[in-house]
Design a protein around this ligand. Structure first.
Ligand code: ADP
Length: 594
């Protein structure tokens, strides 16, 4: 419990420093203008009230009251002018700057993180949480700080006024605070327990919202009974949430009642009224103004102390938990170490796998075992095998998305771990099975940068057999996110665009994972033809389930359970009459049947 509290506070300070680093004026403005906006009212409740009552009771110098009021109003108007200018004009801009800084930091970190981090659900949860809530949390941290500072200043200024009127009143206040603070701590404890008890339900709720807003689930939800099934689980989750939260709420209201009502009512409203009322009315040691000022002042201090303890108890703790996730995400260390060698190869060099074995981080099973292969320049290499054989894993290792567990992969005789990772990646164009198109122009989607060469993009699209005429050619916007008239594409068209990326990029290697999965046989045939032509200057490694595609490969590697079981040209493997030949015939027969 103690540790968690210390961390919460540290997290809170971390976030405040983060905000200050990116938008110092926002922090300064938030604090200064809030104090400026609140102080006149806090003081008027005590000092101005006392002044007016005392002058009025003395029955003279009404003009003094008028002067005081005019001065006060002038002060309020000026502070209003400053604060509205800050809150309405400057703050929104500062806020945008802060959000930009937060997301830039998160995106940069996410892009730098090891790919394997995505296999770790904890990392992924932290990333999602950071993305979804840091804006809100940064604002909350600022307003907590604002609240605390304003209240602390209020407590000290009014405390000073009360001490000058009657120090005994301050004893009531101190006792009241002494009772409120430990109860505040208890509230904090219950609150932490409550947040922790709610975490599993919150996680489930996040899942439910993902199911209902992501397009990935939309088809299934409409066509099957899955919607009802998920809804029933959602209802149960809400029911369980309410059941779990109920005892915490009961404990909390009792504590809040004890914290807020009892000390305030007994010590401030009753105690100070009796004491100062007695002094003002019976012994005449105090004026009526003193009576009103101490009563208002003491109530205001107690409310402020209550607000401060609540901020510490609840908001700082809660924000701290979120900031903790953000910090954990930001501090996560990349395991993959980049080498120093930098080189872009104009012509493809040799790639070798030497006794490569691999198991995914956090798992015990070798999914690749003793892989030895040599990929000579300009060769078209096919990887084939049943699902789960290890084909994608092999390309993942070649692209250094993961590091090998044993053995080595070399490029031009140098271990790929010794190449600078960015420089290494520049040598590869990769098209993945689960490729993504972006809300950008067709040309940009091919070039993958914001200044596409449209002639080159057209050539690459042609090589990938993309033959749909779009209204603005390569300048047509894809997807609807950025343009209501954005082009929607079929699965096959989208895949051809992804393939065109490999032809567009000037680099010695192209890696294609299932390049023809969404294509019909005719498109597949023409893709194969053009792929050979367009990729003449490249070494191409492709994974294919359709063995008709592999006929054009120079070399075929057949994998099974993470091992290479057959290797050679199509003709050689057919002659061998092993598993490849069996699979090929089976597919050919199926195809003929159709
Ligand atoms: P293929 O491409 O031949 O279908 P993969 O390379 O995708 O096969 O998978 C090989 C094996 O590795 C499979 O058993 C699969 O379940 C496992 N695997 C794939 N990705 C991961 C991962 N991120 N974490 C753990 N195991 C994985």
């Amino acid at each position: 419990m103690k540790d968690k509290k210390v961390n919460s506070f540290k997290n809170y300070v971390y976030m405040l420093r983060f905000i200050f680093k990116h938008t110092p004026f926002m922090v300064f403005g938030y604090l200064f203008f809030d104090v400026l906006a609140n102080l006149p009212w806090t003081l008027s409740n005590v000092v101005l009230l006392k002044y007016i009552i005392d002058v009025a009771v003395e029955g003279e110098g009404l003009y003094r009251v008028a002067v005081a009021l005019v001065l006060f109003v002038a002060f309020v108007v000026i502070t209003n002018l400053c604060t509205t200018l800050f809150y309405e004009v400057s703050l929104p801009k500062q806020r945008e700057k802060l959000y930009f800084a937060i997301y830039k930091t998160i995106y940069e970190k996410a892009a730098k993180m090891d790919y394997e981090a995505y296999d770790n659900p904890e990392y992924y949860n932290d990333l999602v949480l950071a993305m979804n809530s840091m804006n809100e949390r940064a604002n909350a941290v600022l307003s907590n700080t604002q609240d605390i500072l304003t209240n602390i200043i209020g407590v000290f200024t009014i405390g000073a006024v009360i001490v000058t009127i009657d120090p005994v009143c301050l004893i009531f206040v101190v006792v009241c605070v002494a009772i409120m603070t430990p109860i505040g701590r208890l509230i904090a404890k219950v609150n932490v327990e409550r947040t922790e008890a709610m975490t599993p339900y919150d996680r489930k709720n996040l899942y439910f919202s993902r199911v209902f807003y992501l397009q990935d689930y939309a088809k299934e939800l409409r066509l099957s009974g899955a919607g009802k099934m998920i809804e029933a689980r959602y209802n149960k989750n809400i029911y369980d949430r309410i059941k779990t939260i109920a005892p915490y709420l009961t404990r909390q209201w009792k504590l809040y009642f004890c914290q807020e009502s009892l000390p305030m009512t007994i010590l401030i409203y009753l105690g100070i009224t009796l004491l100062m009322g007695y002094k003002a009315i019976v012994t005449k040691e105090a004026s009526m103004g003193d009576f009103a000022a101490t009563f208002n002042g003491a109530a205001s201090i107690s409310t402020s102390v209550f607000a401060i303890t609540s901020q510490f108890a609840i908001n700082i703790r809660e924000n701290g938990l979120f900031v903790e996730k953000f910090r954990k995400f930001m501090n996560a260390k990349e395991k993959m170490v980049s080498g120093n060698n930098k080189r872009f190869f104009e012509k493809p060099p040799v790639i070798k796998f030497e006794n490569v074995s691999f198991k995914y981080p956090g798992t015990d099973k070798y999914v690749l075992k003793n892989i030895n292969l040599e990929i000579s320049p300009y060769k078209k290499i096919a990887l084939v095998g049943y699902n789960g054989a290890g084909k994608t894993t092999l390309t993942n290792l070649l692209l250094r998305l993961y590091d090998v567990t044993e053995g080595a992969i070399t490029l031009d005789g140098v271990n790929i771990k010794d190449w600078d990772i960015n420089s290494y990646h520049r040598n590869f164009a990769a098209v993945f099975q689960d490729f993504s198109l972006f809300g950008a122009t067709l040309g940009e989607n091919v070039s993958m940068n914001d200044s596409p060469d449209s002639k080159k993009a057209e050539k690459a699209l042609e090589a990938a057999s993309f033959d749909r005429e779009l209204p603005n050619g390569t300048n047509s916007i894809l997807l609807r996110e950025f343009d209501d008239d954005g082009v929607s594409l079929s699965g096959g068209e989208a895949q051809k665009i992804a393939i065109a990326r490999a032809f567009y990029k000037d680099c010695p290697f192209a890696i294609l994972d299932e390049p023809s999965a969404n294509l019909d046989p005719i498109a597949e045939y023409s893709l194969n033809q053009s792929m050979v032509k367009a990729a003449e200057s490249k070494t191409v490694l492709f994974i294919s389930h359709r063995l008709s595609t592999t006929v054009m490969a120079d070399e075929i590697y057949m994998l099974e359970n993470g091992e290479i079981i057959e290797h050679g040209s199509h003709n050689k493997l057919m002659e061998l009459d092993g598993k490849y030949a069996y699979m090929f015939r089976l597919q050919a027969e199926k195809y003929m049947e159709k």
